[in-house]
Design a protein around this ligand. Sequence first.
Ligand SMILES: Cc1ncc(COP(=O)(O)O)c(C=O)c1O
Length: 413
Amino acid sequence: MKITSMAAFNGRDIPERDRNFTAVGNAKAAIAKKGKEAVVNATVGALYDDDANLVVLDSVARTFRELSGTDFAEYAPIAGTPGFREAVRKAAFGSYEPKSYVGIVATPGGTGSISNAVDNYSCPGDRILTHNWYWGPYGNIASEQGKSLETFEMFDEEGRFNIADFEYKVSKLLRNQEHLVIILNTPASNPTGYSLSMDDWYGVKRVLDGVDLEKKVTLIIDAAYIDFAGEMDEVRAFLPVIDNLRGNILPVIAYSASKTFTMYGARCAAMLCLAHTPEVAAEFEKVCSFFARTAWSNSPRAPQTVIEKIYSDPELLKETDDERRHWRDMLLARGHAFENAAAECGLEIVPFRAGFFVTIPYKDPDALINALGKKDIFLIPVNGGVRVSVAAVAEDKCRMLPAVIKETIAELG
Ligand SMILES: Cc1ncc(COP(=O)(O)O)c(C=O)c1O
């Protein structure tokens, strides 16, 4: 007998090939054949300049190059180096000083923060709640841990954040679960580019204030795109709301250095909780360090040291902030160019505010991706639509794309 499988699948549905990689591969093949200029590659989830080169902040690259051998060779403490922990607190909260007790654990990327929080704050068999437009790995993280995803409709018929469905799903799940982990990807969600408004946040707070005090809710705010979503203080305006929830609700911010410091491959992030008591904050650091020890042990030291150096040198910090602002404004201009052009030609988009991506709702995403591929336009299929990475293409292409997408949808009938 020929053995063709050895893995224990444990109920996980693992596809042969990731749809994203297929789309990325097709775009690369088209570029190899026809050249960069002839192709729109809006598949990539990283920021590229107008000449299709990856943006790397100079101040960050320089600080990396100046590291000593020990700065990257030595193990970092599991929860992060003391200097990184101090720096990442400032980076995540900006000028806001939390009233709650803050617990911090370093992780290799925001992905690590999310899987760690899901592991520690939900039980096997639980359902994890997120919005119906979501980043695919949430589902993988849940299934990898013997859990599953439940979604609420992110928008109502008027295109407003759907608090009613959020409330319904929270109460439905808490009828059967003692713990509930909720993931909200804001500001500038992947794939929609939506950011919760202050009114949306007051709605979230009203729902969470109504949760039975016996139940334990962990609210993960996946803030991967926060520093490209708008002015630093404005995009952090929600912090006082999550800093003022009841004791049975634990907000956890998944704060990633991937985009903020253009360090995607360096794998650096932190999870930061806002706890009502010092005991809950200490327990957070204990349980999250324990999971880290078993999953990846310590996180890379080099990027932690870079961030520590940036935050301990006001001039360097200013340089980094100024550089990021320049690229952020370029990104915001691209997003708005796409949004305006879509409005002009009547192409429907999912409510968008800022960030790396815009999504077009469409019933058969693969058909649309294929048809656009024939026109050398490469996008990513998501459930219920197609995602355009405005982070990856120049503003003139962002302005031109909506009409072509609209025309292609019409051709598909
Ligand atoms: C919504 C969202 N959350 C989290 C991440 C985490 O990225 P990383 O693990 O590189 O920090 C990403 C990256 O693409 C993302 O799109």
